[in-house]
Ligand binder design. Sequence first.
Ligand code: AMP
Ligand code: MG
Length: 300
Amino acid sequence: MDAGFAEIKKLEALLDFFSDDSEISAINKAAGYKAVKVSVETLDIIKKALMVSDDTNGAFDPAIGPLTKLWGFSGKGAAGIPQDGKIKNILPLINYKKIMINSSLSEVSLQKKGMEMDLGAIAKGYAADKVIEAIKAAGIQAALVSIAGDIKGFGIKPDGKPWRVGIQDPRADGIFAAIDLQDKAVSTSGDYQRYFIKDGRRYHHIMDPKTGYPASVAISVSVIADNGYAADSFSTGVFVLGPEKGIKLLESMGLSGIIVDAAKKIHLTKDLDGKITIEKPLFPPCKKIHQARKSCQNHL
Ligand code: AMP
Ligand code: MG
């Protein structure tokens, strides 16, 4: 346990977007004028993040930082909807192709002043990978590591069964599905954790880098992968892409996924057919309220 938590602390000190003295902060402060020397871990996670950005055609974009700050979901609470002009102004800064890496010097730079890197959609999954490496090295033979919505299991439970993980119902308490995890990671990105509702619309923390507004084609995306960093970053990217492009992408990458779209329909990659348990149909209580022609918070 100590080895695992020490790993999380170390990574947090390097990668925290909001801490003034993390390496990510140093890179962000130097945006537009110089490259910054970084640790092996920081270089490694940025390289992985850029690969996923390419794979998702920029739907996952670690240069999302200026939008994260403008919307304010990750701080003390979102301030409301930013002015459209302000969103449009910062869109040119949200571009992972302007994150430059010099591997031999272990240096990273951001090409434009005002750019900011935010690894919030990959760091927890990456940390889960590192925690498992650390506790394996300490002699542990099986474990389930959960860092918020980013979960990785290795080995099997003492009763000989794989780890069983529930997927949160995006609009009600409890779970809507369960999956078995053996030497795999699962991450869920949802619009129900950090959000506010204004004029009947839900605004949340996962941004479409192309529009600067919260992505609205899905409400929950879970991705299962060998590595935590991949499950984490692809769940965020696929959340932005939506069910059609998302399922295609996951299948082409050999990843598994469960997508709940904006109409609450559940989409699965082919390999999961018959392999996951759908515990209950989604959102039954709201139907009644709809029939009574009243608005239903659960359906926003
Ligand atoms: P997750 O909960 O893993 O989906 O990550 C959400 C967090 O990632 C947000 O709070 C932002 O910090 C960041 N983020 C939001 N939208 C994106 C995006 N399109 N690509 C990369 N990171 C994002
Ligand atoms: Mg993620």
